[in-house]
Design a protein around this ligand. Structure first.
Ligand SMILES: [Zn+2]
Ligand SMILES: [Zn+2]
Length: 350
């Protein structure tokens, strides 16, 4: 292992305090990550019980998955279906590729529908999600990235949600990183009165009631209805939410640690096959960090990205326009991407 003598990587080495292995001619340089302390703004931060209680509470319900009375194949099938509808469309296509990075445009009613689907994953409001994610892009794997695994894997996966980070609260954060989002009164309303929490509760109730009605009709008994309704609620909402939480959090943790790199970006992002399959495309995270605005996260023919397929389907029927395509790998200008990622404004970060 030796310090690279490439002038560009030399600068990176100095700035980031990390060591690069000598790159072979056709292999992207591998960086050995160094540790980063917890963000300064979390020092003496209080515990955020409004996150801890639901997150721990949902996990405590997990053993119910082993109760045969609460199992149904329909409920099990609702995990991949719900993952695609609520997480891939709501978070992947909505919160992330549309609202955060403006990878395409669409009519307001489509945008708001995607945002509501995202709210049903219980991953915070669109404005806050966007602001945190833009901060991540701007300072990836450096201070003050809110969730870099250079602190610890646990911190990047879940720990950062439990401790108050003063940088992520207050009007300044929204002003700087989500001003464009909050100009729309729809998103402003979602911020107020915990409306987003009520939307999640309403969708969970709808799952139960529809399941109960179907079960009642199918079995002809009230108890049969309750049993099927609870099964749909458990598998279609609780376990699906746990699944989408961990797969989304894995993008913050695992895809900044393990996987391959198509691009020598300035952070530790990786393309992780398992994460990409579990999230319908979000796991091609090195591609995404290299070309954040591109609506497609799979940049090689075998990097399957079903979320992008859905965006293309919306484009086919005229509901998505100005879809940003990735530059071919061969044409990729790394300097340009580096400048974009180290910019100072939310738009630069996006
Ligand atoms: Zn990242
Ligand atoms: Zn992003």
């Amino acid at each position: 292992m030796s310090i690279t003598n490439s002038p560009r990587l030399g600068v990176l080495t100095e700035e980031r305090g990390e060591v690069d292995t000598e790159p072979a001619a056709d292999v992207l340089p591998v960086r050995v990550p160094t540790r980063v302390p917890h963000p300064e703004s979390t020092k003496n931060g209080r515990l955020i019980w409004s996150y801890i209680i639901p997150i721990v509470g949902f996990h405590l319900l997990l053993p119910l998955a082993f109760v045969p009375w609460l199992f149904s194949w329909t409920g099990l099938a609702l995990i991949p279906i719900g993952n695609f509808i609520f997480c891939s469309m709501g978070i992947g296509a909505g919160y992330h590729r549309l609202l955060t990075h403006r990878g395409y445009t669409c009519p307001k009613w489509v945008e708001h529908t995607l945002a509501i689907l995202g709210v049903c994953t219980l991953q915070d409001t669109p404005a806050r999600w966007v602001a945190v994610h833009r901060l991540h892009h701007q300072h990836s794997d450096q201070q003050p990235d809110p969730h870099t695994p250079r602190v610890t894997w646990f911190w990047s996966h879940i720990g950062w949600l439990f401790i108050e980070n003063r940088q992520l609260v207050g009007i300044n954060m929204y002003e700087r990183y989500a001003r464009d989002i909050l100009q729309d009164p729809f998103y402003l309303r979602l911020e107020r009165n915990v409306l987003w929490g009520w939307i999640f509760a309403a969708h969970a109730l709808a799952f139960y009631l529809v399941g109960m009605a179907i079960g009642w009709i199918y079995t002809g008994t009230y108890l049969g209805g309750v049993q099927f309704g609870l099964s749909i609620l458990l598998w279609g909402v609780v376990i699906r939410t746990l699944y989408t939480w961990h797969t989304t959090w894995a993008i913050n943790s695992i895809t900044h640690m393990w996987g391959y790199r198509n691009y020598a970006t300035r952070e530790d992002s990786r393309n992780n096959v398992l994460c990409a399959l579990a999230t319908n495309g979000e796991g091609w995270h090195n591609n995404h960090h290299a070309q954040p605005r591109a609506a497609a996260h799979g940049h090689r023919w075998y990097e399957i990205d079903l979320t992008y397929v859905a965006i293309q389907a919306l484009e086919c029927v005229g509901l998505a326009k100005n879809v940003v395509r990735p530059k071919p790998l061969a044409d990729f200008n790394e300097e340009e991407a580096s400048e974009r990622q180290s910019g100072t404004s939310a738009r630069d970060a996006a």
